[in-house]
Design a protein around this ligand. Structure first.
Ligand code: ADP
Ligand code: ZN
Length: 729
């Protein structure tokens, strides 16, 4: 394809406007490259676009407008273009929407704004003081890179007047440089931690793959605390040595200060952080530097996959089984799968790390599609915790208590020895149900098919579907009875109340995503806990994710059975992963850990597998069951969710689609439904689901788009397609 267009040539431009095609323009003055980011006129507005190819010329030539200018950004590479196209085809997302994902940084077209920086000057310093010497030490340490006043004085630990003084005598130069400047250089030659035998074997295998000139995916499976992070940091080092860029994806990235520190120790400087918690200026800087090669390592949330990397060499997906990698709103994509896709297009390498891999990755490793590397032992003295079940049928607990006697005894012991205990309950709020004792009514959301959850800490009733919240009423909204509302069942807040009552002298801390005003506060709390500033931690799944609490030696899973109810395809897998993960928080340092699982069904196969630690046995059994049912990863599923403000309208469309299924039948796919979605109403809209099931190799996306082409959606109806659905709500 032609890769440069002269002024006035017809070009096809992809924009982020919600129109499902590219638009023709004339190349701007000075011409433009294929992939160039442009500003183009659109009605009365100016919008962002990318040169996608030569113009189609299927539009009245006299009406075609001239593109305004080429923006100051590296043109989109063929690799990213191809990735966006493939990802769009896979998720059935329009290219305009895909482009929006790839340009999620502000004012990309603005000319670079300037800032004042300081660097080494030419004049010698006659009067060298301690403070002045510190300034020059820092400058040498960072290879003479420019600093802002604040950076330089902070790093040197001197007041800004020292820096200004040096400028006045010409020993430092003051300059204006563009704000979007490169990130500090990482030094892969700094010594990493000496690896154990097992770690270095694992590491060698991965490095060998990294040195090959072709795309590959490796599943790095290692029990919690075995040193997976140490191993993949060496892969990052190799990638940087090769002059390529690395991306590490983490769930809950905003909370993982610990990981950033480890990067700093290993490479001498912090990586770039990409997630919703960073400023727009930083986002823009990362976006630009990714394209110019001014950033070597980005640690990010899933959307970092769409950055315009100049030479992507490695993507690490840590905790690859984590459910939060599936984007459940807007473009429905799975970051793990998209990471593999992007790397395959870029010729890069992928490392998927987990103690409890997803069945998808596990079976890809079994079949040889992925390489597999394993770490079977915890690092150092640490051993895996002992796991025991507590049969709750034998515990005679009153209905407002959830901490059994055996668990209580163990907590008491931990408090005596200044060790920490974690009580895990995957339920936010105080109580999941608020019931009127007079009329029996359960308080529900007026817009959703969901109960209101009491959050006593915030003094509100909250709908976990739509977020609507109300003050806690004194009287029943249904029958008007006064003071008859009762909290039923436990949430973490209520569990913390029980823990405080049982252990009045203990420091009880609740960790739940809604309990802290800001990510920063939550992050701080996690650090305090790691330092030992708590005796009992009560937490939701937030605590399951990769945090290192060295003083923690006891984990009590309050309700191990929670996730096993319901008909979700992945109920067993998720419970297994989550409980093993949480149990793995105990005993990560020298002292051995114990995990107690409170359950009403200790004989359940999943609970037995968790206790026995027979992971391979569990996955084999789970894989067999899924293979028989021909469901993922042995078959393919797609969910269709239709929503409308009128239930009947949604149903009618569902029924129509279910009947007109020739396109799907032609690939041997089956259609189930329509059925009301398990959460049949959200934000006042009724939701109907269809489920499509096909063989693993069937061209599912193509058939679905053909099938959906038969209908033109009325304004009020929304239809979304969820390829490889992870939840069925
Ligand atoms: P994982 O990612 O598998 O849970 P980590 O990489 O976090 O494991 O390692 C667990 C703990 O052991 C961390 O505190 C880590 O710093 C430490 N560790 C692991 N390997 C080594 C090593 N080779 N030398 C020193 N410390 C190590
Ligand atoms: Zn609601």
């Amino acid at each position: 394809m032609k890769d440069f267009f002269n002024h006035g040539d017809l070009i096809s431009v992809l924009t982020t406007q919600p129109i499902d095609r590219c638009l023709d323009y004339k190349a701007p003055e000075g011409g433009c490259f294929l992939g160039a980011f442009l500003e183009v006129p659109f009605g009365p507005r100016k919008i962002l676009g990318v040169v996608w190819g030569p113009g189609k010329g299927d539009y009245d030539i006299s009406k075609i407008r001239l593109a305004l200018r080429v923006l100051d950004a590296a043109p989109m590479r063929a690799e990213l273009k191809s990735f966006l196209q493939k990802a769009g085809d896979y998720t059935l997302t329009s290219m305009t929407t895909m482009l929006r994902l790839a340009t999620r940084a502000p004012s990309l077209g603005d000319p670079p704004s300037m800032r004042r920086v300081y660097r080494r000057g030419t004049k010698p310093v006659v009067q060298m003081t301690k403070a002045r010497a510190k300034v020059f030490d820092v400058i040498s340490d960072y290879g003479d890179s420019p600093f802002t006043l604040k950076e330089l004085s902070d790093l040197a630990g001197v007041s800004s007047s020292v820096v200004i003084g040096l400028k006045k005598i010409g020993a430092l130069l003051e300059e204006q440089t563009p704000r979007d400047h490169p990130f500090a250089t990482l030094d892969p030659s700094l010594p990493g931690k000496p690896l154990t035998q097992a770690q270095s074997t694992a590491c060698d295998t991965i490095l060998e793959l990294l040195r090959k000139d072709r795309f590959s995916t490796t599943l790095l499976r290692g029990i919690t605390g075995s040193g997976k992070t140490e191993v993949y940091l060496e892969a990052v080092a190799e990638c940087i040595r090769q002059g390529q860029q690395a991306l590490v994806l983490l769930p809950e990235i905003a909370l993982t200060a610990e990981f950033l520190k480890r990067v700093q120790v290993r490479f001498g400087t912090l990586p770039a952080e990409w997630h919703s918690g960073v400023t727009m200026t930083v986002r823009r800087r990362i976006w630009k530097m990714a394209g110019q090669g001014g950033v070597q390592l980005i640690v990010g949330a899933r959307s970092a996959l769409f950055l315009p990397f100049r030479s992507l060499g490695l993507i690490v997906v840590d905790e690859e089984h984590d459910q939060s990698y599936k984007q459940e709103e807007g473009v429905l994509y799975h970051a793990r799968d998209m990471a593999v896709l992007r790397a395959s297009v870029a010729g890069a390498k992928v490392v998927l790390a987990s103690a409890t891999p997803s069945l998808e990755s596990w079976s890809n490793a079994q079949s040889g599609k992925y390489h597999k590397v394993e770490l079977r032992e915890r690092f150092g003295e640490a051993t895996l915790p002992e796991l025991r079940a507590i049969d709750m049928r034998e515990q005679e607990l009153p209905s407002t208590r959830w901490i059994s006697e055996p668990l209580r005894t163990q907590i008491t012991k931990r408090i005596a020895t200044s060790e920490q205990s974690l009580l895990f309950l995957n339920r936010r709020g105080y109580a999941p149900i608020t019931l009127c004792r007079a009329c029996g009514d359960q308080l529900g959301c007026s817009d959703c098919d969901a109960r209101l959850v009491e959050h006593r800490f915030q003094k509100r009733l909250i709908c976990h579907q739509c977020g609507a919240s109300h003050p806690i009423p004194q009287t029943c909204p249904s029958c008007g009875a006064e003071d008859r509302l009762a909290a039923i069942g436990p949430g973490v807040e209520r569990l913390a109340e029980e823990a405080t009552a049982l252990f009045p002298d203990a420091r009880v801390v609740t960790l739940s995503s809604d309990m802290f005003g800001s990510t920063r506060a939550l992050k701080q709390e996690i650090e305090h806990i790691a330092q030992g500033d708590a005796d009992i931690i009560v937490g939701t799944q937030l605590v399951a994710k990769g945090h290192n609490f060295p003083h923690l030696t006891l984990v009590g899973v309050i309700d191990t059975d929670i996730g096993l109810q319901g008909s979700d395809l992945r109920a067993a897998e998720r419970t297994f992963q989550l409980v093993r993960q949480v149990a793995g928080r105990a005993g990560r340092a020298e002292k051995p850990g114990l995990a107690l699982l409170q359950t009403h069904q200790p004989e359940h196969s999943v609970i037995r597998a968790i206790l026995s630690g027979d992971e391979v046995g569990f996955w084999n059994a789970e894989a067999d069951a899924r293979e028989v049912a021909a469901v993922p990863p042995f078959g393919r599923l797609a969910g269709i969710i239709i929503s409308a403000s009128d239930a009947e309208v949604a149903f009618d469309l569902g029924t129509y689609l279910a009947r007109q299924k020739v396109a799907l039948q032609s690939i041997g796919a089956q259609v189930y439904g329509p059925a009301p979605a398990p959460i049949a109403r959200v934000r006042g809209r009724f939701r109907v689901r269809l489920l499509i099931k096909a063989a693993k190799t069937a061209p599912l996306q193509k058939a679905i788009s053909e099938w959906l082409r038969q209908v033109k959606l009325p304004n009020d109806i929304r239809l979304s397609v969820d390829i490889d659905p992870q939840t069925f709500l």
